[in-house]
Design a protein around this ligand. Structure first.
Ligand SMILES: NC(=O)c1ccc[n+]([C@@H]2O[C@H](COP(=O)([O-])OP(=O)(O)OC[C@H]3O[C@@H](n4cnc5c(N)ncnc54)[C@H](O)[C@@H]3O)[C@@H](O)[C@H]2O)c1
Ligand SMILES: O=C(O)[C@H](O)CO
Length: 327
């Protein structure tokens, strides 16, 4: 920060902890005060003449936002590990560094994927609804029968940090044979978890449980479409904690209605929030959460620490603590 001018930072939401105070020490910081995201106009106005932005996954940060910020913009720090909301190519072309918050939310998100898998397989939502609505009449030998994961085949799409943490939990806890897709073979997964790197076709055809952990990008948007569902085993359980756009939701709904899909547990949807009258929300065999994968005190605080460090590094013209594009 050799510039004599005090740098200007726009933060699109209040963050947990005191980390933003470290920014206030060196910059003129504006924090969007509402719990709802800034409108597009408010975002464009808020970023004007900024040196740094600290953004959320619900903020679309494209070339027009970068241009509205102007030539001083050096760093965009996303308060998330996923950065599909940011046009990284446009940032790179402008010499703007982009940061994210990996690792510190891996355990929390993997835990939630396990929670969703078990809740979907054991029809927890239907069962709890029955109690809440007075539908519970008696103990029934054939009531609310679910599926046990032990020994069934697990298919993990995207063997990155969270995919691995999830696979470790499921293979360790439920002794599930593991298939996975990934851009590269993961030797540690093959060796320690007995995983097998397969193509998507084989994973779809062989898996009893499929969990999505791949990043959202052009290549993965709509990856699980109607054709993919038609190639799955009957009675498959689907879990998604990555991004809603990776699953074609009409195809998932058709799969649930035809009982091709036994149940689905989703932490992410498209759009977010998914309207509460949406047929997927209403379907008895879905359990849909409001994107809470990283929602633990520990994770969200650690994410704030990294996101603020990323801004500070970017303002100094240094590589970020966690950088997703190399400027
Ligand atoms: N539900 C939540 O609250 C929550 C929390 C954290 C992360 N997430 C999502 O989970 C995703 C994974 O997080 P992570 O920390 O494991 O990331 P990661 O980078 O470690 O893993 C992402 C995986 O996607 C693969 N991938 C990326 N681009 C690809 C492409 N074009 N084609 C095929 N594979 C591709 C990578 O090779 C990697 O295996 C994030 O991108 C984010 O969208 C959601
Ligand atoms: O990408 C992420 O980090 C999640 O979606 C929110 O923590």
């Amino acid at each position: 920060m050799n510039d004599t001018k005090t740098p200007k930072i726009f933060v699109t939401r209040r963050l947990p902890g005191l980390h933003l105070d470290r920014l206030r020490g060196v910059a003129d910081v504006t924090v969007w005060p509402d719990s709802m995201p800034p409108s597009r106009d408010d975002l464009l106005a808020g970023v004007a003449q900024c040196d740094g932005l600290l953004t959320l996954l619900s903020d679309r940060i494209d070339a027009s936002v970068m241009d509205a910020a102007g030539p001083n913009l050096k760093v965009i720090s996303n308060y998330a590990v996923g950065y599909n909301n940011i046009d990284v190519a446009a940032a790179g072309a402008r010499g703007i560094r982009v940061g994210n918050t990996p690792d510190v939310l891996t355990d929390a998100t993997a835990d939630l994927a396990v929670t969703l898998l078990l809740a979907a397989a054991r029809r927890v939502r239907e069962a709890a609804n029955q109690v809440q609505t007075g539908g519970w009449k008696t103990w029934e030998p054939t009531g609310l029968l679910g599926i046990e994961p032990a020994g069934k085949t697990l298919g993990v799409i995207g063997m990155g940090r969270i995919g691995k943490a999830f696979a470790r939990r499921m293979v360790g806890g439920w002794n599930m044979p593991l298939l996975y897709t990934s851009r590269t073979v993961q030797d540690d997964v093959d060796e320690s978890l007995g995983g097998r790197h397969v193509d998507l076709d084989e994973l779809l055809a062989q898996s009893d449980f499929i969990s999505v952990h791949v990043a959202l990008c052009d290549a993965t948007a709509g990856l699980l479409d109607a054709d993919a569902f038609s190639r799955m085993k009957d009675g498959v359980v689907i879990v998604n904690t990555a991004r809603g756009e990776i699953i074609n939701q009409d195809a998932l709904l058709d799969g649930l209605n035809s009982q091709k899909v036994f149940a689905a547990g989703l932490d992410v949807t498209s759009p977010e929030p998914l309207p509460h009258e949406h047929p997927l929300v209403r379907h008895p065999r879905t359990i849909i959460l409001p994107h809470i994968g990283s929602a633990t005190d520990r994770s969200r605080n650690a994410m704030a620490e990294i996101a603020v460090d990323n801004v500070l590094h970017g303002l100094r013209g240094e590589s970020l603590r966690c950088e997703v594009n190399l400027a």
